[in-house]
Ligand binder design. Structure first.
Ligand code: GTP
Length: 240
């Protein structure tokens, strides 16, 4: 009798309070590109839900995070906002390239030089073992500045295709206001990062985890533009 009682107790314990709390997966996504392209604004928009009133050049790296829910699983998205200016990068580079799950390359659609810098950023990533096997996306920011666009969608799409990346054109500043032709088709910052998270969820086993008491708001999203089923090149397409 005593033995069966113990057994019931044990089994109750295993399915009850003895089990550790569920773990929350963490996806580390680094955001890279020239100074002034809007990396801080994009990451702030996603994590805080608004455009920052004032930004200063990032020194080293900042990171912001947000807890989201995808298909019933809580996932913490950590966005690492890296400094675009070389003088602010040197000391930190080794740190932020560790344990990266995805890379977001950003250029400013109103600044051709920021687009021409992309090969150098891609090369730097490769040197830190972040090649095409890691999910990477290309983001053209500031599409709200319609009159100043220097980088057209066609040329950006060609570049994205050549590097097996999906392209998104967006505005961290005013994603919901009406504007020119491209602007109407612009991607929402929210959807861009959630697309990356969906991709990671569909392909990655647990890599980093911690008890699920993360900071940040929770957004529920089931389904999305990318279910990870397309494999190969361009795992999600630009809406541009
Ligand atoms: N019109 C417009 N301005 C933007 C947008 N995103 C950022 N900006 C402005 O661009 C400037 C630079 O933005 P940041 O987010 O600080 O740029 P960054 O890439 O983080 O720059 P570093 O920290 O130096 O690497 C700021 O004045 C922003 O207000 C956008 O979508 N539209």
């Amino acid at each position: 009798m005593a033995e069966s009682g113990s057994s019931a107790e044990l089994s109750g314990s295993l399915t009850g309070s003895v089990l550790p709390p569920p773990r929350t997966r963490i996806f580390k996504i680094i955001v890279i590109g020239d100074s002034g392209v809007g990396k801080t604004c994009l990451t702030f928009r996603f994590c805080a839900g608004k455009f920052p009133e004032k930004t200063e050049a990032t020194i080293g790296v900042d990171f912001r995070e947000r807890l989201v829910e995808i298909d019933g699983e809580k996932i913490k998205i950590q966005l690492w906002d890296t400094a675009g200016q070389e003088r602010f990068r040197k000391s930190m580079v080794q740190h932020y390239y560790r344990n990266v799950h995805a890379v977001v390359f950003v250029y400013d659609m109103t600044n051709g030089a920021s687009f021409r810098s992309l090969p150098a950023w891609i090369e730097e990533c490769k040197q830190h073992a972040l090649g095409s096997e890691v999910p990477r996306i290309l983001v053209g920011n500031k599409c709200d500045l319609q009159d100043s666009i220097q980088v057209g969608t066609d040329v950006a799409q060609q570049f994205a295709d050549a590097h097996s990346m999906p392209l998104f054109e967006t505005s961290a500043k005013s994603p919901n206001s009406p504007g020119g032709a491209n602007y109407h088709n612009s991607d929402h910052v929210e959807a861009i990062f959630m697309t990356v998270a969906h991709k990671l969820k569909s392909q990655k086993p647990l890599v980093l985890s911690q008890p699920s008491e993360g900071a940040g708001g929770t957004v529920a999203l089931s389904g999305g533009r990318n279910d990870g089923s397309d494999g190969g090149r361009g795992w999600s397409c630009s809406s541009c």
